[in-house]
Design a protein around this ligand. Structure first.
Ligand SMILES: *[C@@H]1O[C@H](CO)[C@@H](O)[C@H](O)[C@H]1NC(C)=O
Ligand SMILES: *[C@@H]1O[C@H](CO)[C@@H](O)[C@H](O)[C@H]1NC(C)=O
Ligand SMILES: *[C@@H]1O[C@H](CO)[C@@H](O)[C@H](O)[C@H]1NC(C)=O
Ligand SMILES: *[C@@H]1O[C@H](CO)[C@@H](O)[C@H](O)[C@H]1NC(C)=O
Length: 360
């Protein structure tokens, strides 16, 4: 029996909502109905509503505390996408979860390890007496859904014992980038390193298939048009014993984004690139007998993560019971990415002291 698509709301009307969530939801409008979009201010709610209405004709614009309460008390809205300033996302997500909504929260999962810990214990204790009432708390980390990373992980299992891992991120966060002047990112502990860095850590964790155990890092602030720190160079050790380096600059004149996993029998490399006007990743396998095989995977992680969330909430409302959500969306995964960067930033403040990564 066909089910009506789930009705959702979006909380937030910033750059990412307008440039990614609305167009990606439009592409899968057979799977979802966008019932409402909310912003703190009426003006930005209406602006985003204009864009959304082209596909979701009946979308309602909501703003301010009253608008938020209307979304909370609307029983038709089963799921909510939360895409707000990093400082307030967790509080808003918890409010919605406790009001009985499934939540897909934009990364980063939290601003720090301590915020993630407090939030998780609040979430878990809320359902202590009735776990079947539990709502899904997902973190939108598109890297875990990028086909390039899903496929490279399989290749990594074919290259034998892992010897070394290198992650080199030379970003392009300059004044041409729409996020450059984002005020909340400029007032966020860890600056752009935390907000952008969780993606690259998610990519690393996907590739190696195990956790980062400890780190030792140096941070600095060179480009004063950016908030501090704007560079980080970290050694890390994985739980499987393999070591590696993670180097990230927020802004460079010749951007480059690459992960390499070197094994006894070969190397897997994932590099950001373009093909036929599409952005994506080139995945290359270098084998022991000198063969190389490259495949280009265009970006599709945001669409894939949205489909996974929608499928989870549809199943949850069919069963009317707690369901096991897609593991790659889990809040714990998002918190683990934050934990690795939080450890690197802490080590940077302690002149490179070895810091163990908190395991969620
Ligand atoms: C537990 O939650 C479920 C789903 O919300 C609800 O149907 C059920 O009545 C609750 N049970 C108790 C004991 O509160
Ligand atoms: C690695 O290469 C050696 C020698 O070529 C081979 O015996 C071994 O099976 C390979 N291991 C893997 C995991 O491919
Ligand atoms: C910002 O970086 C992009 C990508 O490297 C480049 O095309 C653009 O010219 C840069 N803008 C400025 C103002 O440096
Ligand atoms: C920066 O963040 C702090 C703490 O999150 C907050 O109290 C302050 O108002 C913020 N300042 C600006 C300019 O947003």
């Amino acid at each position: 029996m066909p089910q009506n698509p789930p009705q959702i709301a979006i909380i937030g009307a910033g750059i990412f909502v307008k440039s990614q969530y609305l167009p990606r939801l439009a592409e899968i409008s057979d799977l979802v109905t966008l019932k409402a979009i909310w912003s703190r201010s009426e003006k930005s709610a209406r602006e985003a509503g204009e864009i959304a209405r082209k596909v979701f004709g009946n979308v309602e614009c909501k703003w301010g505390d009253d608008g938020f309460d209307e979304i909370v008390s609307d029983p038709d809205i089963v799921g909510v996408i939360v895409a707000l300033a990093g400082q307030i996302q967790v509080d808003m997500s918890l409010k919605l979860l406790k009001a009985g909504k499934h939540v897909l929260q934009e990364k980063p999962a939290a601003a720090s390890i301590s915020e993630a810990e407090t939030a998780l214990s609040s979430y878990n204790s809320f359902y202590n007496n009735n776990s079947s009432a539990q709502k899904i708390w997902a973190v939108a980390e598109n890297y875990r859904f990028e086909p390039a990373f899903v496929e490279s992980r399989k290749l990594v299992s074919e290259i034998g014992d892992m010897m070394s891992v290198q992650v080199l991120i030379e970003g392009s966060m300059n004044s041409s980038n729409p996020y450059f002047s984002s005020s909340w990112r400029r007032n966020f502990t860890g600056g752009f390193i935390l907000d952008m860095g969780v993606h690259y850590i998610a990519g690393l964790r996907m590739l190696v298939g195990c956790e980062v155990a400890s780190v030792s890092a140096t941070t600095s602030h060179v480009d004063t048009t950016l908030p501090p720190p704007d560079t980080i160079s970290s050694l890390f050790q994985l739980e499987n014993g393999c070591s590696g380096v993670f180097v990230m600059l927020v802004s460079s004149k010749s951007p480059k984004i690459i992960w390499r996993v070197v094994g006894l029998n070969g190397t897997v490399q994932v590099e950001r690139g373009n093909k036929d006007g599409q952005h994506g990743y080139v995945v290359t396998l270098f084998t022991a007998n000198k063969e190389t095989k490259s495949t280009f995977y265009p970006f599709s992680g945001v669409t894939e993560e949205l489909k996974a969330f929608l499928s989870d909430i549809s199943r949850a409302s069919l069963q009317g019971d707690k369901i096991e959500a897609e593991a790659r969306l889990s809040y714990i995964e998002g918190a683990q990415d934050v934990a690795v960067l939080d450890a690197m930033l802490e080590s940077g403040m302690k002149q490179g002291a070895l810091v163990k990564v908190k395991k969620f």
